[in-house]
Design a protein. Structure first.
Length: 237
């Protein structure tokens, strides 16, 4: 068992994978959480090639039983996480009149409820230790709801509120809670396929973002950041 465990929920080929690799390089055993195993297994293989430790745990972020089961396995196999990175997200663009209620609810469960469920799983051990870090991935939609983006913005607004409430509740007890507003598109194979004409300078680098997450975790308590917004230099805001 190791006392340094990081749980990353939402491990895909972009930010989640980069964050997992960054913490693994610092000696953390990384719990890779995702609904599907394919991408997470590839990240595990990369980490293991570099001499790190990572294990894959499947879970549905919006299902309380699924989240609880996954974290029970993490505690048994790796130990209690001292870092949680909640990076799960659901994205559906549609008019409110065209957005099916079940789709809206599913997006809210992934974008917001999952963060609440994961926080409940990791906080007891963090509070007992008197230290820990919870990092939540937000978006432009965390700050303003655009036309046809209610399915994303409602959940992301809620996740931001959760992070603020948690920071005020557990910050004085040694737990650092930060919310990262990612204002722009992350450079992933999917984004490249959607917009092949875009240059790298107009996209957020997953590796640079992962470094930002690592530095948030490493901040001394005298200068904790609760919210940080990041974007490419050329992004309008």
């Amino acid at each position: 068992m190791t006392t340094q465990v990081a749980a990353v929920f939402g491990v895909g080929p972009g930010l989640g994978a980069a964050v997992a690799r960054r913490f693994a390089r610092e000696g953390y055993a990384v719990a890779l959480l995702a609904r599907g195993e394919t991408a997470a297994r590839e990240v595990r293989a990369d980490i293991q090639k570099e001499g790190g430790r990572a294990e894959v745990f499947t879970a549905d972020a919006g299902d309380a039983g699924s989240v609880s089961s996954a974290f029970s396995r993490i505690r048994a196999e790796l130990g209690a996480p001292e870092v949680l990175v909640y990076n799960a997200g659901a994205f559906h663009v549609a008019s409110v009149l065209d957005l099916d209620p079940s789709t809206f609810e599913a997006a809210w469960r992934t974008n917001c409820l999952g963060g609440f469920l994961c926080a409940r799983e990791v906080l007891p051990a963090m509070l007992e230790r008197g230290r820990g870090t919870l990092l939540f991935s937000g978006a432009t939609a965390s700050l303003r709801g655009g036309a046809r983006f209610a399915g994303l913005a409602v959940g992301k607004f809620g996740l931001r509120a959760l992070a603020q409430s948690l920071a005020r509740e557990v910050g004085p007890q040694g737990i650092h809670v930060a919310h990262v507003v990612i204002d722009g598109m992350i450079d992933t194979p999917r984004v490249r396929g959607m917009a092949p004409e875009r240059s790298a300078s107009t996209l957020l680098s997953p590796e640079d973002l992962a470094e930002t997450y690592w530095q948030l975790h490493r901040q001394p308590p005298s200068v904790w950041t609760q919210e940080l917004d990041v974007r490419p230099a050329g992004e309008k805001f």
